[in-house]
Design a protein around this ligand. Structure first.
Ligand code: ATP
Ligand code: MG
Length: 418
């Protein structure tokens, strides 16, 4: 579990801001959910024989003896909340949530035990127009962040549960003919969740998997039509995609459309965003049959991708640093700083605290990253004046009245979009 230190938070805030703006542009609402849910919820929704439930959950008994789990993903909790509060009755919902998820995985670059996800979930729409809308949202976000050419969209259809069952049989018999080529994990999955074998990351098994029967050939007309309409819509919108018939996703609840946005820039942790349709889950969790489609984006991987651009936007924490030397200046300075903050909303003003000479305060001003220093000594105070000096450009220190200082700072810093 990693800390996000002050040097990194501007990048996080920038990405979070872009995410909010993008979702806002499509009329999505935020939902805030607990970090802890009953263990049973994840077992029922994600599926007993998935990596997450089998070996990745942080599960504990609380004081009542109830088994609780730190959420490994957000879809289950989001749906639980919507069912519990009756939000799904005859309604169409477009929701998003953002926050930490917990999985006990082997930590490595791009893989953590606490990681952040943006989750987007929609309910009540049969698609495929809503499937396409989700893809548009992601596409817009990549563009906004300047990383559109670093990610590729992969698409597949998992069909219906019934179609998948028939496919599963032929997949099992194919792998049974090649038992000696299966690794230990895959042998286990052959019994429990054979589709997951297609998802193997073992290079020795790639050939075997490549020759396996393809799910697309087992889809019924309705599933195929859904998929064809989606791909035609994407083509019409100019969004390119690759069909990846091995894309099965780790969770049991998907049906029809599944997709991933992948990148080659982050080594083996190449999936930045993944999702799909999961119509069956609502009924499975005790609701009335309904439609659902969503996605989850890994924020650490997203940020790593932004950082590969090498020009991640830097947000200043401090625009202006106030230097106060002398007893009167210290008192007046605090008051004047409040006036500046009233008059120049958006301006980030840090006041020197803890005293010090002009020289040492200038050093701190420089270190703060501020663009300008506002200087108050007792002389300035008694004359009602203020010194203003650029910390980044060779410029003479100016002497201004307080009103002029305020006007100067307003002009410099309050026009920026934030
Ligand atoms: P992977 O195949 O990489 O394990 P997953 O299929 O388990 O991914 P999902 O459950 O679909 O991933 O989660 C969606 C996204 O969340 C992933 O695409 C990834 O960006 C991010 N993610 C998943 N697990 C982690 C983790 N342990 N650390 C950081 N990000 C993660
Ligand atoms: Mg995983």
């Amino acid at each position: 579990m990693h800390d996000v230190l002050p040097g990194q938070t501007p990048l996080w805030q920038y990405a979070e801001q872009m995410i909010r703006e993008t979702l806002g542009a499509y009329g999505y609402s935020e939902i805030r959910l607990p970090l802890v849910e009953k263990t049973e919820l994840f077992k029922r929704s994600i599926g007993e024989v998935t990596d997450i439930v089998e070996k990745e959950m942080y599960t504990f008994d609380d004081r009542n003896g109830d088994s609780l789990t730190l959420r490994p993903e957000g879809t289950a909790g989001c749906l639980r909340a919507c069912l519990e509060h009756g939000l799904l009755h005859g309604q169409v919902l477009r929701l998003w949530y953002y926050g930490p998820m917990y999985r006990h995985e082997r930590p490595q670059k791009g893989r953590y035990r606490q990681f952040f996800q943006l989750g987007v979930e929609t309910y009540g729409m049969a698609g495929p127009d809503i499937d396409a809308e989700l893809i548009l949202i992601m596409d817009r976000l990549w563009r906004k962040l300047g990383i559109r050419d670093k990610v590729r969209l992969q698409l597949n259809s998992l069909g219906t549960i019934a179609e998948r069952l028939i496919y599963r049989e032929s997949l099992v018999s194919y792998f049974q003919e090649h038992l000696e080529e299966l690794d230990e994990d895959s042998l286990r999955r052959l019994e429990t969740n054979p589709l997951r074998i297609l998802d193997t990351k073992n290079p020795a098994m790639q050939q075997l998997v490549a020759n396996a029967p393809e799910l697309m050939a087992y889809l019924g007309e309705e599933s195929l039509e859904h998929f064809r309409t989606l791909t035609a819509t994407l083509e019409d919108l100019g969004i390119s995609y690759e069909i990846n018939s091995r894309l099965v996703r780790g969770l049991d609840y998907y049906s029809k459309t599944v997709f991933e946005w992948v990148t080659d820039e982050l080594g083996s942790q190449g999936t930045v965003c993944a999702g799909g349709r999961y119509d069956g889950l609502i009924e499975q969790l005790g609701g009335r049959a309904n439609y659902a489609v969503g996605f989850a984006m890994g924020i650490e991987r997203l940020l790593a991708l932004i950082e590969t651009l090498g020009n991640a936007p830097v947000t200043r924490t401090v625009d202006v640093y106030m230097i106060r030397v002398g007893e009167k200046a210290e008192q007046e300075g605090l008051r004047f700083a409040e006036v500046i903050r009233n008059e120049a909303p958006g301006l980030k003003l840090q006041v020197n605290c803890g005293g010090g000479s002009f020289k040492s305060q200038f050093k701190k001003a420089d270190k703060s990253g501020a663009e300008y220093a506002v200087i108050l000594g007792d002389d300035e105070v008694s004359r009602g004046e203020v010194g203003v000096k650029s910390l980044r450009h060779q410029q003479e220190q100016q002497t201004l009245t307080r009103q002029q200082t305020i006007a100067f700072l307003q002009g410099l810093f309050t026009s920026r979009p934030e």
